[in-house]
Design a protein around this ligand. Structure first.
Ligand code: TYD
Ligand code: MG
Length: 455
């Protein structure tokens, strides 16, 4: 094995530097550079020489080959995020916090696919086979013919995978694997990159799908797996708030489907249950809706989801008022507050502002601006929105309420769940059963909220 020399890889962002430094020049993290030894397999060509040897033959855009036949796992929420089942020979990264339920989800995916006749393997570097078996029994998956293995050496894993023809292989997790071709420790950037590269190559060669599990670090960055993201065909993040049973599988990259799709699950005693119709899941049930609450008619992927935004604006006891937000972007909260102050005359100076998206969902759609603003205005004015009202619309810095897409789908879903009014942009479709108050300025919306009862 030729030793090419040492490099310094940032364990936080994966950037590689020729010299050591106290701070990573790429991501700014301190003390994150670790020495790693680069090696090249004997006989490997340098990229330039390899390209010259093969030559390049241009082809046209016609002669489309038929779309790949997908393997549906039978776990509909998972198949939806994949874009309608997994594509043979593809590689998928499932990333999430430790303890969120990645192993549980993928054991279910594996068992479900096996029950449909696929040949599946589950390789764990974190748990013993007995532990996985015990969990599978508890989850009622004992009858599925999944091949279990506990191994951390990449060479052993690859050899085992070459001995049989698998359709689907789970690697739990990529950070526990190590390759003996590299001296760096398991979980280091070099090891994660090398192991992922080898497994992705194997997946393509053998037409089997490989699902890699990756842990994320405290700050939400996928450490280690971050540079795996560009090697794989799809990246799904598995999310959930502590204390809530709901888990969301969110596609953040997908070469074979839409990326804004979500799968919704509920964690229970027997593993994850699929939530087929999540639209009403995140509404705060029962009782009168209090001042500071607004129901957002949102879209997640291809499905409508209604979710309650809750705001509390209270006098601050601190010199610098607090701004706390759960489930929404804090930068957007700052923007909406600034627009409410500058364009609508509402004052937040000297007051703490809390904003929460109920149910543990994280909303990133810009169409939720107006719902957040309505919740904030309702709290400041101490006037509750009507019980049967949904809100959606994007807000610009000038104070305009901008049109958003798929208003018909949002309103139809709201009507289905018993809502009869909406505060919405001027382009909103007309849907029977819902009377829409069209607002083109945020100040109109705030005036309406203050002018109860509505007409
Ligand atoms: P796990 O899949 O091990 O998480 P990860 O692989 O992402 O680290 O899930 C761990 C959590 O899920 C653990 O706190 C217990 C909970 N859990 C249940 O509530 N019910 C179940 O049936 C299972 C298997 C796990
Ligand atoms: Mg696990």
């Amino acid at each position: 094995m030729a030793r090419d020399g040492a490099i310094y890889a940032c364990q936080s962002c994966g950037a590689v530097h020729p010299k050591w430094a106290g701070q990573c020049p790429a991501c700014g993290a301190w003390n994150s550079l670790a020495e790693e030894v680069v090696s090249r397999p004997p006989g490997a060509l340098s990229p330039t020489r390899g390209a010259k040897a093969r030559g390049l033959v241009f082809e046209g855009l016609e002669n489309l080959s038929p779309p790949p036949k997908r393997l549906t796992t039978g776990l509909a929420e998972f198949d939806r995020v994949c874009g309608g089942g997994i594509v043979p020979g593809s590689a998928i990264l499932v990333a999430g916090d430790p303890g969120v339920g990645k192993s549980t989800l993928l054991l279910q995916v594996c068992a479900s696919a096996a029950r449909r006749g696929a040949s599946c393997a589950y390789v764990s570097g974190e748990e013993a086979v007995e532990q996985i078996r015990e969990r599978a029994h508890r989850m009622g998956l004992a009858d599925a013919s999944v091949k279990l293995g506990a191994e951390t050496a990449l060479r052993a894993v690859v050899e085992a995978l070459k001995r049989e023809q698998f359709d689907l292989v789970i690697i739990d997790s990529i950070q526990t694997l190590w390759s003996d071709a590299h001296e760096a420790g398991p979980g280091s950037v070099t090891q994660v990159r090398a192991c992922a590269g080898e497994l992705v190559r194997l997946a393509k060669q053998r037409g089997m799908t490989v699902i890699l599990v990756g842990h994320v670090t405290k700050d939400g960055q996928i450490a280690g797996p971050k540079m795996v993201e560009h090697m794989v065909d799809a990246v799904f993040s598995f999310e959930g708030e502590r204390g809530y049973p709901f888990r969301i599988l969110r596609g953040t990259k997908n070469r074979f489907g839409a990326t804004d799709e979500i799968g919704v699950f509920e964690m229970g005693d027997a593993g994850l249950a699929e939530v087929r119709n999540p639209s009403a899941l995140f509404l705060n049930e029962g009782g009168q809706r209090a001042a500071g609450a607004a129901v957002f008619a949102g879209i997640e992927g291809s499905r409508p989801v209604l979710v309650e935004f809750q705001a509390l604006v209270a006098p601050s006891v601190y010199g610098t008022p607090r701004r706390a937000v759960v489930g929404w972007d804090s930068g957007r909260l700052a923007m909406v507050l600034a627009v409410l102050e500058a364009r609508c005359g509402l004052g937040f100076g000297g007051r703490d502002v809390y904003l929460n998206v109920a149910g543990g969902l994280r909303i990133s759609e810009p169409a939720s601006d107006l719902a957040a603003a309505a919740a904030l205005a309702s709290s400041v004015l101490d006037v509750a929105l009507p019980q049967d009202c949904v809100v959606f619309g994007e807000i610009s810095l000038s104070g305009d309420v901008r049109p958003v897409s798929r208003s018909e789908m949002r309103l139809k879903e709201a009507a289905k769940l018993g809502f009869s009014r909406a505060l919405a942009p001027s382009n909103a479709d007309i849907v029977s059963g819902i009377s829409v108050a069209n607002v083109s300025r945020l100040s109109d919306a705030v005036a309406r909220i203050g002018d109860q009862p509505w007409t």
